[in-house]
Structure formats: structure tokens, C-alpha cells
Ligand binder design. Sequence first.
Ligand SMILES: [Zn+2]
Length: 415
Amino acid sequence: MKFYFPDSQDLVSPTYDFQHDEYSPLRVRQRDDLYAHEILDTPPYSGILVSKSIVDGAMKGAGKYTSAQRARLYRLGVERFFRLPKGVESLGDNGAFNYVDELVPPVTVEETLDFYIGCGFDAGVSVDHIIFGYDPLASLDDVDPAWAERRRITLRLAEEFITQVSEQNLNLQPVGAAQGWSPTSFADSVEQLQKMGYQRIALGGMVPLKTKDILDCLQEIDKVRLPTTELHLLGVTRVESMDLFSDFGVTSFDSTSAFRQAFMDDRNNFHTENDAFIALRVPQVDGNPALKRAILAGRVSQKDAIAQERVCLRVLREFDGSAGAIERAIAELDAYETICQVNRSHQAEYERTLTAAPWNECECSLCKTLGIEIAIFRGTERNKRRGFHNMSVLANKMKKLKSNVLTSTTRSNHG
Ligand SMILES: [Zn+2]
């Protein structure tokens, strides 16, 4: 089972000064900063997924690349731009999520192929149009016409895509995009894509589906799936269900979830193989917009906040795991929350985190170097490192999947 990490230009600065929360004045962003596969000892993913809309920045939610970065990506190619180590693959897609509100995809097959070939991707997903709706009982004919139209568009563009790849003899593994709203419609899409010649198919629009619905679709797809057809789940994590999914031909998936939970989730910020913990919130008085507004409005005293921020950091850095240290840390974090007028107290959750101190157990290179700093919910350098740590935990969980163990045994048996 392969995991792809969707690129959003998430890098960390190796020279960041955690004591003073400062960047080196000599730092040049993408050149000096490191990707997860560079700062961790072992790359936490089998590949990266790069969306055209993120690079080209023409649509909403996009524009993560400056025009200079975009030019460098095209000039160097995806492998050199991302400094990918051997064995880490690249997969391109259009980022259909970014144009979900449009009637038709605002991008042609030709433009998409220019992006894939121009950047030298290993594999690329055909142009698709997401159906945001699930109705297992709707038939192929009797369904919201807009949904049916989106599926027709996706299939028509997939046909055009694979035709161009083979006619121009392009060096790219074509991945057919399948859209649907039910097990039957997904299975029909897969059947048609196989007839076009696709051996690898990406299933889209499944992010909001319950695991049971995904399994229903996979089961129906399995009735028409050729033994050689490999499936990719776009945007789906559910690592606990991956063994089940793999029984139905799923060989890869992509997701930002483990990474983003580090700083987007209310409590599951720091992952371990069997658990998840809240990170210790010490927002920067100077760098936190909500806190800044409260200070400007006169609701929070800037002087008190800065003083307590310092106390929190000091107490956490001195943390030795003793009962007294746990108590002291919780009290100071709580005092900071009171000053910052945080509505909900995190005391009980902080106690769990501090008692377990999971960063001490972690084998990843980031936890080993940073210690407790990685568990502090603060600026982007700590938060992203915690996200990278979460991905390394995900990679470890995946190594233990039955499907992976079986694959490696089969391989060694056959030399
Ligand atoms: Zn770690």
C-alpha cells in the first residue's frame, strides 16, 4: 500500500532558532528549507501528489507557488525541484476540488498533459469533475442530471487523455479518474476506463463517504475489476481500513489528514501508533492574529500575555516528567489561557499529554532533536514538524498492515 502526500509547499527551516523563535537572516525559502522527506531520516511517504491548480494558482484555494517557484518546477522537473530521493514517486492531478463550483473543468486535456510532461511526473490523473453527492439507490439514468453530466465529462476527458498519451507516446503512467454517486455508477466508470486501456484508476469524490459506503463501492467495482487494475483512493486516509480496501485492489491513497491534524484538529494533534494527544498551546503574542486583535481591542493585556508566554515556554523546557513538573506546567498553561481569554480549559487533556510525554518514546529524528518543543502548538515551524512526525507515525502504522507484510513476504519468496 502506497501513501502519497499532497504537496502544498510545506517545508521547515533547518536553521530555525527555537529558543528565540527566529529565522536565520540568511535563509532563502524553498532553497534552504526542507521537505518532510528531507528532514526525517526515512521519507514518510512513497510519493508526492502535486496538483496543477496549486502550482498554477488560477483558481480558489490555489496559488501556493510564486511565479518564480512555478518556473523553477518546470525548469528543474518535479524530481529535482522536490529533491526526491530514489524510490519516492510523483503523481500529478488537476486538483479538481479547486474548480468544483464550475460547470465544466476550466482546463483542457492538452494543458494538463503539458503540466505532467513539462514537470516530468511518473504518473498523472486524467482530468475529472467531482460529484459531491452520494445516493446508493439512484440508477445510472434516474439521477440528478448535473451528477450524470459530471460523470460523462470525466469519462470523455479520460478517453481523450489516454488517447493522447498513447498517440504521442508520452513517458507517463496514465491514471484514469473515476467519478460516481453510488456503487453501480463507480463500477460502471471503472469498467469503461478499463476498456479505454487504463490499468490504474483513481476513485474521486470519496472523501466525505463513510467507510461502509467506500467498501460498498469497492465491492461493486470488484465485480468488473480486472486482476491487473490497481485502484487509488483520492484524499482518503482511514488507515485502519486499508487492509480491507486492499482486498479490493486498492494499492495507493493520498491524504493530508495526519499532517493537518497537527495544527487543525481540536485535540488529536500529536499522533502515536495507538493514540493521539493534544498539543500544548502556547500561542505567540506577536504572531497570533486573534490574540493581536484582542490586545488592540483592549480585552487582553499585552504586557501580561508576553510575561505569561515566557513563563509557559520556560516551564515546558524545564519539564522533567515528574508529578510536580506536570502540575506546574498545567497551572502555567492554564494561567496563559485565562489571560488570553480562551473559553475552554484544556487542563485534563494537557495532563494526558504531559503524563504520557509521547515525544520521548518516538523514534523519529524530529522528536529526538526537538523533544517537548514539537508538542508545543505555536508557530508554523513547530506545527509543521509535528505534522511531519504524524506522517512518520502513519508510515509506521502502514508498515504493519497485513497487505504490506504479505507483499514483502511474497517478494522475498520470489527473490
Ligand atoms: Zn516523532
